[in-house]
Design a protein around this ligand. Sequence first.
Ligand code: ATP
Ligand code: MG
Length: 212
Amino acid sequence: MSTTDAPDLTLPGLVHDLKNVFQTILDAADLLAGDPRWESVAGAIQRGAEHGQRLVRGVSQVTDSTFDFAVIAGIAVQFAGDFLRATHGPAIDFQRRIEPGLRIRGNPVGWERVLVNLLLNSVQAMPQGGHVQLTASTGEDGTRIVLADNGPGIPEEILPRIFDAHFSTKPSNTGIGLNIVRSIVRSNGGRVRAANRPEGGAEFVITLSSAG
Ligand SMILES: Nc1ncnc2c1ncn2[C@@H]1O[C@H](COP(=O)(O)OP(=O)(O)OP(=O)(O)O)[C@@H](O)[C@H]1O
Ligand SMILES: [Mg+2]
């Protein structure tokens, strides 16, 4: 067998097979949605599978157009809420303050991944529940996206390492979420930094210069 006949075990091969996985989940959720008792569960399964489909389709998409940030923020917050309900998580109050009409440049799927990773980190940091606030606005210096929670915050000694690949304080996580976030933000010409808020909780600030 020549190398060109070798099965594709690389990312494109995985993307191909995952498409069938998500389609099957979507079709099964459709069946479930036909029963009023399972309608809301079916909705969560559908949204999860659609999120997965967008990830695999958008994995290598490069785009130079802009999108409506409020739409992507809404999808990401909805997904975090679905995640919470499915995992019997605590009560978290999500607030959004997005400047009306705010448009961001880049692949919306990438930004969906950024927001979902940050939101899930906040959720995982607050097993007793709490508040998460997502704000985004544009000023003279460019666009600022802030994700703030009122959890325990990030211990000062680990702050310099949290964006490193495979750094995690959670027993069963991989520790690559924030590394993905930083890569996507940088690929869009932006910067992301983490800090602790004076009033308690963690804060992630993304800045995109107007030129970027
Ligand atoms: N909002 C937050 N509050 C407190 N600590 C946080 C917060 N976000 C991230 N951290 C800390 O940063 C670490 C790295 O986060 P990262 O998202 O990269 O990995 P993870 O969440 O542990 O695993 P993964 O995202 O791969 O499932 C976390 O393990 C946690 O210690
Ligand atoms: Mg994470």
